[in-house]
Design a protein around this ligand. Structure first.
Ligand code: SF4
Length: 348
């Protein structure tokens, strides 16, 4: 795995992105931002599962103004997602937004960008230049690859912000196509010092979207690229946060809650491992300790993996051996598998 690319850290509210800060998990609300209570409730739910930054859509002035009340009801920094109308960015700043996301595909006029940059600089609010393959600037050169066009769009906006003495910058270059996204990020990573927000856009429903996002995000993280991630899913944003942490945990980049090791089951298993693992996984979602928990189907790999975990069971016929830190604790009956395992997890 490559060492992490050096980047210039920025501060979004109380969260540092880039530099040596942990890779930050973010998501976006799916409520109408003007509906302050629903938006606060969704953000609080996201905070509960570890979301560290949240973006809200700002389609009009009422949504921009709502940021002020939303911020009073939540603990994590709120980023305003702005398209088309630069005045909405100014209103969001006025309402106390912690960050802005601008799309150079629909806000690129130098004077408008300058007006936003001056107001953001005054408040020390960072701007994400969020390039999207689906909304490239009209001036993009069609002879270039989509990845190159995305990089060019970001570089032009960066140049403009730098000329205005604004450097609280974060960049994203998202496409649905995974190789295009990887090409774009690997290209820009060598050209700029700013932190990168990575993700695959419009990745789909959890069934396919988590795989698509994992392939793209993990490849980049393995190359040392990425300071904050979002898994974009056509689903409740809680699923985005859970998936993002699973990616980071798989690469040993963050610790967050338990890791479940479970065998795939096969003809040797004498208990329903699929049902058992799903039941344990569901219960582990409520645990925030960084534990390794193993649920194994038989004596072939079972005892080895279960012993390697902090807590584990290796099942046999109607019974299982419970292990804790490599030591056999006792034998448990099938009807008690979940309750005993979870009681040990709670006690650990
Ligand atoms: Fe099959 Fe046993 Fe391996 Fe599970 S641990 S997959 S039951 S051999």
């Amino acid at each position: 795995m490559n060492p992490r690319r050096a980047s210039k850290p920025i501060q979004i509210g109380n969260v540092t992105v880039g530099g040596s800060a942990p890779i930050v998990v973010q998501s976006m609300t799916k409520t109408d931002t003007r509906d302050v209570m629903s938006t606060i409730n969704q953000i609080k739910g996201l905070e509960g599962c570890g979301c560290e930054l949240v973006r809200v859509a700002v389609p009009d002035a009422e949504a921009a103004r709502a940021i002020s009340a939303i911020k009073r009801g939540v603990s994590i920094p709120v980023i305003a997602d702005i398209h088309f109308d630069y005045r909405l960015a100014l209103m969001a700043l006025e309402a106390g937004t912690d960050g802005l996301r601008l799309n150079p595909g629909n806000i690129s006029h130098p004077e408008k960008v300058a007006t936003i940059a001056y107001a953001a600089r005054e408040r020390r609010v960072p701007i994400r230049i969020g390039v999207n393959a689906g909304s490239l600037p009209k001036a993009a050169n069609p002879r270039l690859t989509v990845a190159q066009q995305m990089v060019d769009a970001a570089l032009q906006q960066i140049k403009l912000l730098e000329s205005l003495d604004f450097d609280l910058i974060k960049v994203s270059l998202k496409a649905f196509d995974v190789p295009t996204t990887i090409d774009a990020y690997t290209s820009i990573a060598e050209k700029i010092p700013y932190p990168l927000h990575i993700g695959i856009t419009e990745a789909g429903t959890p069934r396919t979207g988590i795989i698509r996002s994992t392939v793209g995000i993990s490849t980049l993280l393995y190359l040392g690229i990425g300071d904050t991630i979002r898994v974009s899913l056509t689903a409740h944003p809680r699923k985005e946060v859970i998936a993002a942490y699973e990616i980071l945990k798989s690469l040993n980049l963050r610790q967050h809650g338990p890791i479940l090791v479970s065998c795939p089951s096969c003809g040797r298993a004498e208990v329903d491992i699929i049902e058992l693992a799903e039941a344990v996984e569901e219960k582990l979602l409520k645990i925030d300790k960084p534990l390794k928990v193993a649920v194994m189907g038989c004596v072939v790999n079972g005892p080895g993996e279960a012993k390697d975990a902090d807590i584990g069971i290796a099942c046999g016929k109607h019974r299982a051996v419970l292990f804790k830190k490599g030591k056999k604790i006792r034998t448990i009956q099938e009807k008690d598998f979940v309750t005993v395992l979870m009681a040990e997890v709670e006690r650990f």
